[in-house]
Ligand binder design. Structure first.
Ligand code: VGL
Ligand code: ZN
Length: 216
């Protein structure tokens, strides 16, 4: 469902740059294939948006989403946590570590807010809006609504987890929501990318390319 129209970002539009952190880049603890390829398009896109916020995956040591917290489990296996199935990951984005830092190459000095997520030891949070139990809010729906935004544009890492879940929650919160595909990259484990695409389409999230955004 590629939309070919072009969009000139204005005062009611905000770009959410998801989890462009060292651990998701090549050499990182949970490196997303070609993760570094998002930096150049995001830097270019961000200049078209007056309003940008960042998300930052920010886990305590021993987080429930880490395979190392479950003795019998390996990374990329699934387990059942109290809120449902949870993919288990290598330890990543531990609070205060270099791997958790926003990539140095990201050049968005005008970013207005950093939304940290995944800080509750027992709950994962792919989305920048709501944690994986689907109850605990991380707050941005209210923030974005109070600031009067109408359209939300999402890009970053990883397309099939944190970018998708952020976009799905933005749509659910009532924003017209776009996912900029070529400014995102996927992990793609056990069919996750295909599943994310289906969920995004069902939710009415519009998949677009960065050349559809007019950069003045
Ligand atoms: C992410 C897995 C675990 C992401 C974060 O940023 O997509 N994926 N934590
Ligand atoms: Zn994480």
């Amino acid at each position: 469902m590629a939309e070919r129209m072009t969009i000139k970002p204005g005062e009611n539009d905000i770009l959410i740059v998801v989890d462009v952190q060292n651990d998701f880049l090549p050499g990182g603890a949970l490196a997303v294939p070609e993760g570094d390829a998002v930096i150049e398009p995001i830097n270019r896109l961000a200049r078209a948006f007056r309003h940008v916020v960042l998300t930052q995956d920010w886990h305590p040591e021993g987080h429930a989403s880490f395979a190392s917290s479950h003795p019998a489990k390996q990374p990329f296996e699934t387990t059942d946590l109290h809120y449902g199935p949870q993919v288990l990951w290598p330890d990543h984005c531990v609070q205060g570590t270099p791997g958790a830092e926003i990539a140095r190459e990201l050049d968005i000095p005008h970013a207005q807010l950093v939304i940290r997520k995944g800080y509750n030891a027992g709950i994962d949070s792919y989305s920048g809006f709501k944690e994986a139990d689907r109850q605990t809010s991380t707050g941005p729906a209210g923030y974005l609504q109070e600031r009067g935004f109408r359209r939300v544009f999402c890009a970053g890492l990883a397309l099939d987890f944190c970018v998708a879940w952020t976009a799905l929650d933005a749509a659910e919160a009532g924003f017209e929501t776009y996912l900029i595909e070529d400014a995102s990259r996927a992990i793609d484990t056990n069919g996750s990318l295909e599943k994310a695409r289906q969920d995004l389409e069902a939710a009415g999230v519009r998949m677009i390319k960065s050349d559809q955004i007019v950069v003045a």
